[in-house]
Design a protein. Structure first.
Lengths: 610, 364
């Protein structure tokens, strides 16, 4: 009866024993799992954390970063980009020549083999391009590359000949995976074929896609006969970890060896972690805002409701003068980035341009005020400038899912206020819909730039404007300047690289002066890897380059495991985890004893009551 | 009055018993039989009406969901073609070709009709992003979601109900206050945050569990079962921790309602043991509200646990829905919306139909 005096006793025991049962179940699973881990030890595996899902393993359809990167690893392209300089170098094409008129390109195809042992011939390349030209579904991903092709032929197994409609300078930047005709020509409908039924997938790159578990992992094995040399790791695994913080934890735990896309805060925290190297690579991507210059269709019809004041170049220049690019990268990007007004990022040395001396439209709020004052924009009682009923009050729509953009926008709002300009910062989930309708004043934007600048320059052509409201278009800013279009055509037709680079720089200067597409600079690409797994890897560019999403297969192809020859290295890890498991077992035994004890006491108490 | 067909293949149970019991050939018995038949008939009709009403309600809900699904996701701003091609070197022709392939160039009414015809054939079309039938993608991820969320439902219901009974029986005790307090605290913790804390402490910190995923690549056979169990611990604990409070509270309050009842006093007066009073008399009555709760939650199992699946990279349906929404991948989100809703409607229906069986008071 004495237990009656403690009515909470049994309940408390219930709580405790419940918790213990759960703990025991967890522990059982823990021990169960530790056995399953062991078997992959002797193989040298390089595990990369990824989150983007596979859209399709068919290079005809794949458009995502992860699947285009897989295409790079498993199929050779005609040409590749040098890891150090980014210049075009031979790949499947050993060499090439151009006709006098620039209309015929002849590539000599390397004598090498598909991973199923079949020889690679010019016919494979011809078939790949030809199918993209004739079949709309096969053109889904890379149709833009063959848009200007007149015909493709393979006069002999080692020669590929492409005839063009008009000369184009991008013929050495055909980033198209060449496919094995013998495996692909039997496929009926390319829009339904995802290339994910038969593994390993026959290819020609340094790695072979040998297994794919949807949303869990993609496993690649080395192509031992790769003509540039076999990769050094025994296995390359892309493992799905959706959450960025969870990726970082997995890196710390050693479950993955490489993570990318780190935030500045994550990179800072990882810098002090053991056996982890943080890589701050020069960014491929620019961050920018676009000022609505008056949305127009190709025929000049205006639409949308952009503030008319932004159609005045003086107002645009004044607004740009209130932006402190240095402060944005120092504060919002934690110092991981480069303030720069040039359109092509500075990592592409050949094509990058940046303003110098008097050409710089730099941060100077006083000058901004003077410019506006001179143009007749006078401050009202609320501190906002106005002229003829139009106020310098702009909607500033920011990608809500990008904290750096949001912070930079808040900073810009403060600076603009000093010059009498009112920015209404409004984070939104869908910037694109506002762009479609032309119902914005200022938007944030950002683009990844390829080694060949043709496409990123092309979006600002007048022909990139929509033909009708709601119709497809390429423009990101409703920029249209006939001078710029002329330069665009000239660079595309210029086959001499240094001369072409000169024109590309003039185009950037024009863009910069017009203040419609206003680049802030280039945030660093932040990555981290386990230095106790990976001894070395080839960055691109070198030095200061990135490992993830390279233009080429350099990083994963060149990655060298730590201590290939040192077999004893694995032991220390084993014994320490053994110790931990042993300790766990002792703790568990104690817990189990506790449960039994409590249950027995419970039983006695119940008996007493009867 | 309609007569039961004489050749009724599945006669009513009562009817069978009546036929066996009643001595045949006597007039009075025949009258009694007819009378009983009449009452049975009446009950049958009421049952049928109840069933019909519930079925009709479910059907109407389902049709409403099918209609809503089409328009709902077209109101969300976002152009699938633009989102899918953003940042890619595409020509305007490629964009037009994509719009054609997705059928977005057709008038809205035509798109709607083809969607409806598809749904009738249980065909939700092909995902824009993945070029694959929506149903096969759902099939692929159904297993992991059912496993994780189903297990968490079972564990949290068992744990919550058990603790709820203990709490109510000894209400006001230290254990009750602690239990309710702990449950409510966990209930208000964001699941993704709790998940991340568990990862930091037990996975990357102590190294007891994997940080995420469902299994180690390349592991097969029985090892895979163990491996999956090992991977499942942290997400399961997270899910259970944040939801068991609702079972605890519902169970506790409905049992508390019963505790003052006269029939319990009677039971005690008969000299029944405390545990018997609890198990035989109080519990069955208190279980009723919980039944509805459990069935509704079974319906929501399919919807998964988007946040927990994301934090632990569990390859389930929740993440698929999230990925579909960001495009918007219309066939995918439409299909998932209909399937999720259908599951909830179906489980509601089941609970409506089961309820009269366990509670005579609501019998029609």
């Amino acid at each position: 009866m004495k237990f009656r005096t403690n009515p909470g006793g049994r309940g408390l025991r219930t709580v405790l024993s419940g918790l213990l049962v759960m703990l025991l179940a967890c522990a059982a699973a823990l021990f169960a799992g530790s056995g399953a881990h062991a078997e992959t030890k002797d193989e040298k595996t390089l595990t990369i954390a990824v989150s983007q899902e596979v859209d399709s393993l068919s290079p005809f359809l794949a458009v995502r970063r992860i699947t285009t990167a897989l295409g790079r690893l498993s199929y050779d392209f005609l040409t590749n980009y040098d890891p150090k300089t980014g210049k075009t170098i031979p790949a499947l094409a050993e060499s090439w020549t151009t006709s006098e008129d620039g209309l015929t390109w002849t590539y000599k195809i390397r004598d090498t083999k598909w991973t199923d042992g079949q020889p690679i011939t010019a016919e494979d390349a011809r078939w790949t391009f030809d199918t993209m030209m004739k079949d709309e579904a096969a053109a889904t991903a890379n149709g833009n590359f063959v848009e200007n092709f007149e015909s493709v032929s393979a006069p002999d197994p080692r020669t590929l000949e492409v005839k063009l409609k008009a000369p184009q300078a991008t013929m050495l930047a055909l980033d198209v995976p060449i496919l094995p005709k013998h495996k692909w020509e039997g496929v009926g409908d390319y829009s339904k074929f995802n290339n994910d039924q038969e593994f390993p997938i026959v290819g020609s790159g340094p790695w072979v896609i040998s297994a794919y578990e949807v949303n869990q992992s993609i496993t690649l094995t080395p192509n031992k006969d790769f003509w540039r040399g076999a990769p050094k790791f025994d296995k390359l695994v892309f493992r799905y970890i959706d959450d960025s913080d969870a990726q970082v934890e997995a890196l710390k735990a050693g479950e993955v060896d490489f993570v990318s896309g780190l935030t500045p805060a994550q990179a800072k925290a990882l810098e002090s972690a053991d056996n982890i190297t943080v890589n701050k690579a020069k960014g491929k991507r620019f961050q920018a805002i676009t000022l609505n210059p008056g949305a127009k269709l190709q025929d000049g019809t205006a639409f949308g409701d952009g503030n008319k004041a932004l159609q005045d170049p003086v107002v645009r220049e004044a607004l740009v003068r209130t932006i402190d690019r240095e402060a944005i990268y120092k504060t919002a990007y934690g110092g991981f980035g480069e303030a720069n007004g040039g359109y092509i990022p500075s990592r592409y040395k050949d094509y990058h341009w940046e303003p110098e001396g008097d050409a710089v439209i730099g941060f100077d709020t006083a000058k901004a005020g003077e410019l506006l004052e001179g143009a007749g924009w006078v401050k009202g009682s609320d501190g906002i400038r106005a002229k003829g009923g139009t106020k310098l009050s702009f909607r500033f729509n920011v990608h809500a899912d990008n904290p750096q953009y949001v912070q930079a926008a808040e900073m810009m709002r403060e600076w603009a206020k000093e010059a009498g300009i009112d920015l209404k910062v409004e984070p939104v989930s869908e910037v694109g819909a506002l762009l479609d309708a032309g119902t914005y004043d200022i938007l944030t934007t950002g683009w990844s730039v390829n080694p060949d600048p043709d496409y990123i320059l092309g979006i600002n052509r007048c022909s990139g404007l929509p033909a009708k409201v709601g119709g497809p278009y390429l423009s990101d800013a409703y920029y249209c300047n006939p001078e710029y279009d002329k330069l665009y055509a000239a660079q595309l037709a210029e086959l001499d690289q240094p001369k072409r680079a000169e024109i590309v720089k003039q185009m950037q200067e024009q863009l910069y002066k017009d203040n419609v597409f206003v680049v802030w600079g280039y945030a660093d690409q932040l990555e981290a890897f386990r230095s106790d797994t990976i001894a070395s890897m080839q960055p691109q560019p070198d030095p200061g380059g990135n490992y993830d999403s390279q233009d080429g297969y350099w990083s994963w192809w060149s990655a060298t495991p730590v201590g290939e020859e040192d077999e004893a290295a694995g032991d220390s890890g084993g014994s320490s985890s053994g110790l931990m498991l042993g300790g766990g077992a002792v703790a568990l035994a104690a817990l189990a004893a506790g449960v039994v004890f409590l249950r027995r006491r419970g039983a006695t108490a119940a008996d007493d009551r009867e | 009055m309609t007569e039961l067909p004489p050749s009724d293949a599945v006669p009513h149970l009562d009817e069978v018993r009546d036929r066996g019991d009643a001595p045949r050939g006597t007039g009075g018995a025949a009258v009694a039989l007819a009378d009983r038949r009449g009452r049975d008939d009446d009950r049958l009709r009421r049952n049928a009406a109840y069933l019909g009403k519930r079925l009709l309600g479910a059907a109407v809900s389902l049709v409403a969901v099918i209609f809503t699904s089409f328009f709902l996701f077209r109101i969300i701003p976002g152009d699938p073609v633009r989102v899918m091609t953003h940042g890619r070197p595409v020509t305007i022709e490629q964009k037009e070709a994509l719009a054609r392939e997705f059928g977005l160039d057709k008038p809205m009414l035509e798109q709607f009709v083809s969607y409806l015809l598809g749904v009738l054939r249980f065909d939700f079309g092909e995902s824009f992003q993945y070029n694959r039938p929506v149903l096969s993608m759902v099939g692929e991820r159904l297993g992991p979601t059912l496993l994780l969320v189903g297990a968490s439902l079972a564990v949290s219901a068992a744990l919550g109900l058990w603790l709820g009974v203990q709490g109510a029986w000894k209400h006001g005790s230290t254990a009750d206050r602690v239990n309710t307090g702990v449950a409510l605290t966990l209930w208000s913790v964001p699941s993704f945050w709790l998940g991340l804390i568990l990862i930091v402490v037990f996975a990357s910190g102590l190294g007891w569990f994997p940080t995420s995923g469902m299994k180690t690549p390349g592991v097969t056979g029985f090892d895979m079962v163990l491996d999956v169990a090992h991977h499942m611990v942290l997400p399961l604990v997270t899910l259970v921790a944040v939801v068991y409070a609702q079972y605890l509270l519902v169970m506790r309050s409905s049992l508390l309602d019963e505790m003052g009842s006269d029939y319990l006093t009677t039971a005690r007066a008969k000299g029944l043991r405390d545990t018997e009073v609890k198990r035989q008399h109080a519990l069955p009555n208190a279980l009723l509200p919980t039944t509805t709760l459990v069935f509704i939650n079974i319906g929501f199992v399919l919807f998964g646990a988007v946040l927990v699946e994301t934090v632990f990279s569990w390859p389930g349906l929740g993440k698929l829905f999230y990925e579909g929404l960001s495009v918007p991948d219309l066939p995918l989100v439409q299909g998932l919306f209909v399937i999720f809703s259908a599951a909830v409607i179906l489980m509601n229906l089941v609970s409506d139909l089961i309820y009269p069986l366990i509670d005579p008071r609501v019998r029609p």
